[in-house]
Write a protein that binds this ligand. Structure first.
Ligand code: HEM
Ligand SMILES: *[C@@H]1O[C@H](CO)[C@@H](O)[C@H](O)[C@H]1NC(C)=O
Length: 422
């Protein structure tokens, strides 16, 4: 809504594009839903602008050099797409670990927090689209298609700014990300709830269970994940753990919502065994590696404390790029090992299911075909995503054009439905 104003400002008047009969979109999604809980960030409290750190000295990420080229990814362009090297390289002091200070923003994503702590993203946590695309390639060897897809999702689902292309990796820093706060309204950053951030996270509390703190590391949850997966954070273990977390949220959180964007949580869970493993540990997703990336430290009493996210010592990244196809296959496989329903708790106490793309009546079919799998995440960037009161994500014309510009030609190559922009 707020970006409709911006749309006049930057792009002139364009017809509103949303058509319920768009391929893959079920028109029943557009009916009014009855739950009346408030499910989004209010702007006050945890994650809001009043408590968000302010670093007057914003220093962009230093980027790569000829001496330490990593994947040779810069300016948002495609790099070598070839990993298997150590990060940070010995001697590359620009990317050595520096703990975040009180003025630095960190958020719900351990992968990006670690990247900021190592200056692959701006250390203050106010990053840009290009920094995100470069960092994911240089640090983790995320494929170029997926690096763009995640950056688009980060930017548009959280109301990051499509003009400045800036985004806070945590709390609401609208005064620094927005082209003009009066025109854009608030830009909640990655802490923004029911967008990329959602309920039943691996190690973060549900938004409504902790007064809006959906981003702080929770050591009890990390311990549960370790116990459930037996210290081996593989697909089978994480599938079981995600299933447990769904049930926990469904029972404990009256506002529990598990919408289409929670597909991303399965993707994030796959990062533990696909992006984080260390070549010097035979690429095993072991506890030493995972705890370092999560900033988890075992205390003498056996509980887990927090010490900031850090790339493990002599860490070597994955050899082949992790692509959109790879992650969507993992999402579907992890989901199908322990299926749960997409939807949300309602005021009456019932769980109401949702349909969207490959999700029919709350479930993904085991017979989902390859094309629907490939398009799963692209649909999240361009479609009108259903949700409960206030939580539906409706990209504006500008957000949609932004997504299409950044993501083509991958969309077309995969044969995914392309929404209308005019
Ligand atoms: C532009 C790229 C990225 C964006 C915008 C992003 C954003 C996010 C957000 C908003 C969450 C919170 C989801 C939730 O509610 O649980 C999250 C979780 C997570 N992300 Fe990222 N992320 C990105 C890339 C990465 C990368 C490259 C890695 C791994 C190396 C990573 C690892 C994770 C993990 C493991 C979680 C789950 C944390 C938990 O639930 O405890 N992310 N990410
Ligand atoms: C951490 O998570 C557990 C399990 O959900 C919860 O009982 C506990 O209150 C959380 N701790 C904090 C500090 O929020």
């Amino acid at each position: 809504m707020k970006q409709a104003v911006l749309s006049l400002f930057v792009a002139g008047a364009v017809a509103f594009p949303w058509v319920a009969e768009q391929p893959g979109v079920d028109s029943s999604l557009f009916k009014q839903r009855r739950a009346n809980y408030r499910r989004q960030q209010t702007g006050e409290g945890a994650g809001g602008p009043s408590t968000c750190p302010f670093n007057a000295n914003h220093v962009p990420a230093p980027g790569i050099t000829a001496e330490y080229p990593y994947n040779n990814a810069k300016n948002g362009q495609m790099g070598n797409q070839k990993g298997g090297y150590q990060v940070p390289a010995n001697g590359d002091t620009a990317h050595y670990y520096v703990a975040p200070g009180p003025n630095d923003i960190r958020g719900p994503c351990p992968g990006l927090n670690a990247a900021a702590n190592h200056n692959f993203l701006a250390h203050d946590g106010i990053t840009t689209y290009n920094e995100l695309v470069d960092a994911q390639q240089n640090l983790y060897n995320v494929g170029y298609d997926l690096a763009n897809l995640l950056a688009v999702l980060g930017l548009i689902t959280t109301d990051g700014d499509i003009v400045t292309e800036k985004l806070s990796i945590g709390c609401d820093a609208t005064t620094r990300t927005s082209i003009n706060p009066t025109l854009t309204g608030s830009e909640p950053g990655l802490d923004g709830h029911n967008k990329f951030e959602a309920d039943s996270s691996l190690t973060r509390n549900d938004f409504f269970l902790d007064n809006g703190d959906d981003f702080t590391f929770n050591g009890t949850l990390f311990g549960m994940m370790d116990a459930t997966t037996g210290g081996n954070f593989d697909r089978a273990g994480l599938s079981t753990y995600r299933y447990q977390r769904w049930h926990q949220s469904q029972i404990e959180n009256p506002n529990f919502e598990f919408g289409p964007l929670t597909l991303l949580l399965y993707g994030a869970a796959s990062f533990l065994y696909e992006l984080m493993p260390n070549g010097n540990h035979g690429y095993a997703p072991d506890l030493e590696t995972i705890s370092s990336f999560f900033g988890a430290e075992k205390q003498s009493d056996g509980t887990w404390g927090f010490v900031h996210e850090k790339i493990p010592a002599s860490w070597t990244n994955r050899v082949a790029p992790y692509t959109n196809n790879d992650v969507t296959n993992e999402i579907v496989a992890m989901y199908l090992e322990n299926p749960v329903l997409f939807g949300g708790n309602t005021a009456s106490g019932a769980f109401d299911t949702i349909s969207f793309g490959a999700i029919k009546d709350g479930a993904i079919s085991p017979s989902i075909n390859a094309a629907d799998t490939s398009c799963l995440l692209y649909q999240l960037t361009t479609a009108n995503i259903p949700g409960y009161a206030n939580s539906a994500v409706t990209p504006t014309v500008d957000a949609l054009s932004f997504a299409l510009e950044k993501l083509s030609p991958s969309f077309k190559n995969l044969g995914c439905p392309i929404p209308l922009t005019k």
